[in-house]
Design a protein around this ligand. Structure first.
Ligand code: ZN
Length: 305
């Protein structure tokens, strides 16, 4: 999607334009960014995404915290007296290392709706952190394998395990680039990298590991159980566990996005004349808002991790 602002066409998480805006470093938002020399973004986002571009600003625009992952921002822009807020992926609530998204009033709101179905209703984050902690502590003699995406969720989970359980988990090599950027920006992560001597030592006893959801299945836990001769269980960390759970022992509804009611409350805070839903199915939200306000709405397709 392109946004004309004071003589430039700004690409919203889209490289093909005069000047792209990159909201955060997840792969489905970085398309076409590699060849760019200048990107409206944060240093942390460019480092996480391994982009060489310079982080720049543009007249009439402002970056606002999005609360999604390290470095994530929204873009607020004013052009010809009309204001727009694009959220990118965003989380309304404060997380263990993130502040909730900062709203700003705008005429038009372009808002992410990955969890725009009313069946998604996430418990308070503190409650989910405590649930994870109870599960880890009640299985202290077992091997526990968490499935969490390498960027964002994995770092949130390391923090939870450090602070709520006193555990340093074993993490995948693939998450190390991201872990190091997080630490550079002040998020301390006590962890052990798989394949190191320290990890070998840790794996002589019960241990906690984080890998991707694709690997962290019950079948993988069974293999570990046979190899290390102790019980092993798997858990998925994702908002999607409220709808789907495949081949894992348990799941925790921890998401770095906003749920249905969070999205509606954010629309109220921005107080727009027009709302455009992106990255998900906005039809339920559109119906809910039209009933309340009779505002102008449009919906676009798309997906987001
Ligand atoms: Zn994302």
């Amino acid at each position: 999607m392109l946004l004309p602002v004071r003589g430039k066409s700004i690409g919203l998480d889209k490289g093909k334009c005069d000047l792209p805006f990159l909201s955060h470093a997840h792969g489905d938002h970085t398309s076409g960014m590699k060849s760019k020399e200048k990107i409206i973004s944060t240093e942390a986002t460019l480092e996480l995404a391994r982009l060489k571009a310079s982080a720049v600003s543009h007249p009439g625009t402002e970056l606002l915290n999005a609360g999604h992952i390290l470095g994530s921002t929204q873009l607020w822009a004013e052009s010809d007296g009309y204001t727009t807020l694009y959220t990118g992926d965003f989380r309304v609530r404060d997380g263990i290392y993130t502040k909730g998204a900062t709203p700003k009033e705008a005429d038009r709101l372009i808002i992410e709706c990955t969890y725009g179905d009313p069946s998604f209703s996430f418990p308070p984050l503190e409650e989910t952190y405590s649930q994870i902690s109870r599960w880890v502590k009640s299985n202290s003699n077992a091997i526990l394998v968490f499935g969490a995406y390498n960027l964002g969720k994995a770092q949130e989970l390391v923090k939870i395990l450090n602070e709520y359980c006193g555990v340093s988990p074993i993490v995948a090599q693939e998450s190390e680039h991201f872990n190091q950027v997080y630490e550079k920006h002040g998020v301390k992560l006590d962890r052990i990298v798989v394949g190191t001597e320290e990890a070998e030592e840790e794996m002589r006893g019960p241990f906690v590991a984080i890998t991707t959801p694709r690997i962290a299945k019950r079948s993988f836990a069974s293999k570990l159980s046979r190899a290390f001769n102790r019980p092993a269980y798997s858990a998925l960390i994702s908002g999607w566990v409220q709808k789907y759970r495949s081949n894992v022992d348990t799941g925790f509804p921890l998401s770095d996005h906003s749920d249905f009611n969070d999205i509606l409350s954010y629309v109220d805070l921005v107080n727009p004349k027009e709302v455009v839903f992106v990255h998900g199915d906005g039809s339920h939200l559109m119906r809910a808002l039209n009933k309340r306000k009779g505002t102008l709405f449009a919906s676009l397709g798309g997906s987001s991790p």
